[in-house]
Write a protein that binds this ligand. Structure first.
Ligand code: ADP
Length: 328
């Protein structure tokens, strides 16, 4: 399923060879037009560039006289239709999220043919950057971040949202080095039990000729949201070993290995870091068939979490960003 998500994303962003049409550099001061809650509007001072994505550029932004900094994500208004669709989904879904481990969406406005998103600033890069630099994390750190990500997944699923593109590169680190899920471009609204009821009711009133039988099946439980649990399993494996489990030179090979659950933990003699049996068992539960995967509450009750140390927030500092654990 994560592979499917990657395909959807590649399609949404156009072919690899298509030139990137990124928005132009903004002026040093960007005016936000007046709105119902800001009658005089506002002007953001634009700071350093934070990064470029598939169709967006991000800069630091600050309101004069305020210390707080934001991330200004700039997107060109004229986008190819597929990108436009991805962006609208992102806007709609992200703006409804409010959780300590999800990048906070603050506002959106238009200026000079571009859409500006004002987001919580995550100045410490992504989980992927840190894991690459550190060549993996310690088990206590893996517990710390996995609990945060599982909490955000629980929140999204309770709201009927499936993220569908969870990966270390989409998990940002705020100033306290806490994990914040970002990029809702591939997220989807789940068809919940209630919606199923509605579908059943409305279709049964009309002509049911065109409705697939599984939609009408009583007690059918969708497992679509379990794609996010699979992704958490991959993220945990990668945090522990610094590589995703099915890493291969071709995409087809990655898919084949994922289908066959063909992965290996590094042998102790080849690994500088200890990986416990509990950690391995915990990851294995998430790489099961969709209907057998644990929900976020069950994950954090696994022995890996219960029988090992979970650092306190104060112990997770920017020091962790760069230095290998052996030096700590
Ligand atoms: P796209 O949706 O086009 O892929 P991203 O959301 O990945 O764009 O943003 C592009 C880059 O901007 C990211 O790779 C990251 O470097 C930076 N960025 C995005 N959001 C934030 C944020 N909230 N705080 C800090 N940097 C960010």
């Amino acid at each position: 399923r994560p592979a499917e998500a990657a395909k959807v994303k590649a399609a949404a962003l156009g072919s690899k060879t298509a030139p990137k049409e990124l928005p132009p550099q903004p002026p040093s001061h960007v005016p936000e037009p007046p709105s119902f809650d800001r009658r005089d509007g506002a002007t953001y001072q634009v700071g350093k560039m934070l990064g470029k994505g598939g169709f967006a550029v991000c800069y630091e932004g600050q309101l004069p006289g305020h210390r707080k900094k934001y991330a200004l994500k700039i997107v060109k208004c004229k986008m190819p239709p597929k990108m436009e669709q991805k962006f609208q989904t992102e806007l709609q879904i992200h703006s409804k999220m409010r959780h300590q481990n999800i990048v906070q969406f603050l506002r959106a406005f238009s200026y000079d043919s571009c859409t500006y998103l004002v987001l919580e600033l995550c100045p410490n890069g992504t989980l992927m950057d840190m894991v690459k630099r550190r060549k993996g994390l310690t088990e206590p750190e893996v517990r710390y971040y996995s609990i945060q990500i599982a909490g955000a997944i629980k929140y999204m699923h309770a709201k009927g949202i499936i993220h569908r593109d969870l990966k270390m590169g989409n998990i940002f680190l705020n100033k306290n080095m806490d994990a914040k899920i970002g990029d809702f471009g591939l997220a989807a609204l789940l068809v919940t039990g209630k919606d199923m009821q509605t579908i059943r009711r409305t279709t049964l009133c009309g002509t049911p000729n065109y409705i697939a039988p599984e939609i009408l099946e009583k007690g059918r439980k969708g497992h679509d949201h379990m794609v996010d649990i699979w992704s958490l399993g991959i993220i945990m494996f990668a945090m522990l070993t610094s590589k995703p489990p099915f890493q291969s030179s071709t995409t087809d090979e990655i898919y084949r290995r994922a289908r066959n659950r063909d992965y290996e933990w590094p042998k102790p003699e080849n690994s500088t870091r200890y990986i416990s049996q509990e950690a391995k068992d915990c990851v294995a539960t998430m790489l099961e068939e969709a209907d057998k995967r644990p929900d976020p509450d069950t994950i954090v009750q696994h022995d890996f979490f219960i029988s090992g140390y979970v650092p306190l927030p104060a112990e997770i500092t920017t020091k962790l960003r760069d230095c290998p654990p052996d030096d700590e």
